[in-house]
Write a protein that binds this ligand. Structure first.
Ligand code: C2E
Ligand code: MG
Ligand code: MG
Length: 766
């Protein structure tokens, strides 16, 4: 019997040793407390085993002392563990010291009992003839102290656990209840042993189970439950739809987002049951070969057409496998990427389309044309670019809204006329580009189309002049942007002229290159004074010079003398004319200063102001500075502004002219009669002098009628007290006629061609 019991004691000892070995890697405080508990349990079990194996009274007393001392420390370890386990923080070093002293005194009391037997004693009993002698322990009054300490600790442990059970969230309650239950069971067993006077304490064998249970509750049960709950909660609430199907395709889990999605799809008539969706997805998975293992994901992008919208979904599939790799279910998450997809579509649209008109932007137009030409090599196409004359002016005179409206109208016309026939886009600003097949292209129809937007949507009438350049695409390998450049190059040759279109050809290209070279040479030419002024005399009725007009001349090192007509229009397009004019005015002022110093202040010089100068220079400030710099009178410099420059921005020009006149400058209206010649304009515009161009006479079919008109203009000017200068006078007849109608100042080849300044000074100045 003794041997059988002894053997049974080995079982918890081995279990505890295995437990210690198995948990050796868990270095947390909690695990360490449980391990200490286990070591002491081994000692206690061993002591208990000795108590009934021996038949010697003293040895029984010693074993008993060891057993009880160890029990005390087990309870202490249990208390530490519970403190840790329940996160009880109101325990400091002083508490610990007091506890230790009490426990050491108690341990000493128990151990000394072997000698003094003051605390408890034991007496012999005999269980049956074959069982031999057993000693049963009996407590003396002193023993009560030990019991109070031991049970005190049990009460404390119980209190801590109960407190925690009442306060903890439901999910955690079970872990404390489990520990309390185990402890209670141990206590019951222990009480049984005490009350029944058994030779063996059965609670001892439970120690191993207790340690394992406590460990399980601490590290496995509760965290697992927590993890499961959390995962469940996260899955249920996550914004992505999640669906779990078993191997037969039955839906076993569906979260809220998935519920909503499925309900929507059912409502829209896309699916009738949820399993139907699974069949669709599963089909796709199988199509992809379902090579995925548990760690791999398969992704599917699906767009579903609903009644009023398109649903963009990203479906992720994960195959669920058991530890042996057997298929055990399918897990799908569905992410509604509709907003993302729409943003992407919008972004792509914005990156490829012009915001204002919604047409292709330049980069995308070039891409589309490139692909299109590549795909249709057998056909010949035309690249047509258009540009509005003085579009900037429309924005200035009216407002940008009017300009925008015009651009949108152009875009709509292109859409209406060219959809399905050509490719079109907006290059920039007021420039549009179109690619159409050469065959069937009728220039007249195209020009007619342009007439559709030849007006602005504004109270004031304004003629919108649009120019087009056409390039026949012969070499499809050149970049499309270069094709546009060629069409624009052609366009530039006619911009500002009566002709509204031009075809690109090689001659044109050479001419453009030459012009480009000129503008590249310009800075050096100005610096070297290759760009300088010639003076053409202006004379009075007696043929005596009163002043001169400064006319620019460019002496090019290789091209010789270039006349204004060959470079000014080009420089006006690029705005470079402002540089030339600024230089010409400087030279004129310098000459006037020289004359002033020579006492010849009575002669004046007229200078030309290009309409483009107004955009690049502050005309008023520039001339104020010049007269200041050269200390000349503003009356000695006359400013020739063309009628067309005034018309382009009438109100602003009227203001500027009046400021210039107030500052003392004499303002002339150049080429009066060559452009709009609105006599009405003279009512609001105060200029000092009108310059009439004789070219006006030369072109007329009915000479008498032309002369009548000229004479009326001069008459009108006289009545308005505006002196007239007649230029382009070539013959004595013209002189006589002009004198006859009351002209007093003349300029023309008849009196003198434009000449070097020195030549003018020599031949015309006194
Ligand atoms: P414009 O201001 O009307 O200058 C008069 C033009 O008529 C000059 O041509 C002059 O040589 C020419 N001319 C003068 N008398 C006669 C004549 O009896 N018969 C004929 N057939 N022509 C005559 P040019 O120098 O070739 O200048 C042409 C135009 O270039 C000028 O017309 C003016 O608009 C512009 N221009 C000339 N110099 C400048 C300048 O420094 N700046 C700017 N912005 N434009 C200038
Ligand atoms: Mg002039
Ligand atoms: Mg003129």
């Amino acid at each position: 019997m003794r041997e059988a019991w002894a053997f049974s004691y080995f079982i918890p000892i081995i279990m505890l040793i295995l437990f210690l070995y198995g948990t050796r890697r868990n270095k947390t405080h909690l695990a360490t407390s449980i391990r200490i508990l286990s070591v002491m349990a081994i000692v206690a079990i061993a002591a208990n085993m000795m108590m009934f194996l021996t038949q010697d009274r003293f040895l029984t007393m010693v074993a008993n002392s060891i057993f009880h001392t160890t029990l005390t420390w087990i309870l202490y370890a249990m208390l530490s563990y519970t403190r840790e386990y329940t996160n009880f923080t109101k325990y400091n070093k002083v508490h610990k010291a007091i506890f230790m002293i009490i426990l050491f005194l108690d341990s000493a009391n128990i151990m000394l009992n072997c000698i003094f037997e003051h605390s408890y004693t034991c007496y012999e009993i005999t269980y049956g003839p074959k069982s031999g002698i057993y000693y049963v322990v009996d407590g003396l009054p002193f023993h009560i102290v030990h019991m109070v300490i031991s049970y005190g600790m049990i009460v404390l442990v119980t209190f801590l656990l109960i407190k925690k059970i009442t306060q903890a969230p439901t999910i955690y309650k079970s872990k404390y209840i489990a520990v309390l239950g185990i402890l209670g069971f141990d206590l019951v067993c222990n009480s049984g042993y005490l009350l029944l006077d058994l030779p063996v304490d059965p609670s001892v064998t439970l120690y191993a189970v207790t340690a394992a249970c406590i460990y399980y509750c601490s590290f496995t049960l509760s965290p697992k439950r927590l993890a499961n709950r959390t995962i469940n909660q996260v899955m249920t609430n996550m914004s992505e739809a999640a669906l779990l199907y078993d191997i037969d395709g039955n839906c076993v889990f569906i979260n809220e987002a998935a519920e909503k999605l499925m309900a929507n799809l059912e409502k829209e008539g896309i699916i009738r049951t949820r399993d139907e969706m699974y069949i669709k997805w599963r089909g796709w998975v199988e199509e992809k070969g379902d090579t995925a293992n548990a760690n791999e994901e398969l992704q599917l992008f699906q767009s579903i057409n609903l009644k009023n919208a398109v649903l963009h979904l990203k479906i992720t599939y994960q195959k669920l496998q058991d530890e042996k790799g057997r298929f055990q279910g399918s897990y799908f998450t569905v992410y509604d990427r509709t907003e993302e997809a729409q943003n992407l579509i919008k972004e792509r649209y914005n990156a490829t389309h012009d915001r204002l008109t919604g047409l292709y932007n330049k980069a995308y137009f070039c891409d589309v044309v490139h692909d299109y030409l590549k795909a249709n090599p057998e056909e010949t196409y035309l690249m047509i670019c258009s540009d509005i004359a003085n579009f900037k002016l429309i924005n200035d005179v009216f407002d940008t809204e009017t300009g925008d409206k015009l651009l949108c109208r152009i875009a709509n016309i292109l859409r209406r006329r060219l959809t399905g026939y050509g490719i079109y886009g907006r290059l920039e600003g007021d420039r549009f580009a179109v690619v159409v097949p050469k065959q069937g292209f009728v220039l007249e129809t195209y020009l007619e189309g342009i007439q559709e937007f030849a007006y602005v949507d504004a109270p004031l009438p304004y003629q919108v002049d649009t120019y087009i350049g056409i390039y026949e695409i012969q070499d499809v390998s050149i970049p499309v942007s270069m094709m546009c450049d060629r069409a624009l190059m052609a366009l530039h040759t006619v911009k500002g002229s009566q002709k509204k279109y031009a075809f690109y050809d090689e001659v044109l290209r050479d001419q453009m290159i030459r012009e480009k070279e000129l503008s590249a040479d310009l800075d050096g030419a100005i610096r070297r004074e290759d760009v300088r002024i010639f003076l053409q005399p202006q004379v009075d009725m007696d043929g005596v010079a009163v002043g001169a007009e400064a006319l620019v001349r460019w002496t090019h090192p290789s091209k010789g003398v270039i006349i204004p007509g060959d470079f000014i229009p080009y420089l006006e397009k690029s705005g470079l004319i402002a540089k030339v004019d600024r230089h010409v005015w400087e030279l004129a002022c310098r000459t006037l200063k020289k004359w002033k110093d020579q006492g010849k202040e009575q002669y004046y010089i007229s200078v030309n102001i290009s309409p483009v100068d107004f955009y690049y220079l502050d005309i008023y400030e520039t001339f104020i500075e010049l007269v200041k710099k050269y200390e000349i009178s503003p009356t000695s410099i006359r400013l020739e502004i063309t009628e067309s420059a005034i018309m382009q921005n009438f109100n602003q020009q009227v203001g500027l002219i009046s400021r210039l006149r107030n500052a003392g400058f004499i303002v002339e209206m150049d080429d009066f009669g060559s452009a709009y010649s609105s006599l009405n304009m003279l009512k609001d515009l105060y200029v000092d002098i009108l310059k009439l161009d004789m070219a006006f006479l030369g072109q007329a079919k009915d000479m008498d009628r032309a002369r009548e008109i000229l004479s009326s203009i001069v008459d009108l000017a006289k009545r308005l007290k505006i002196p007239v200068v007649c230029e382009g006078v070539e013959t004595v007849e013209q002189v006589n006629f002009l004198k006859g109608i009351g002209c007093e100042t003349f300029q023309g080849y008849y009196f003198g061609r434009p000449m070097e300044v020195s030549s003018f000074e020599e031949n015309f100045m006194k």
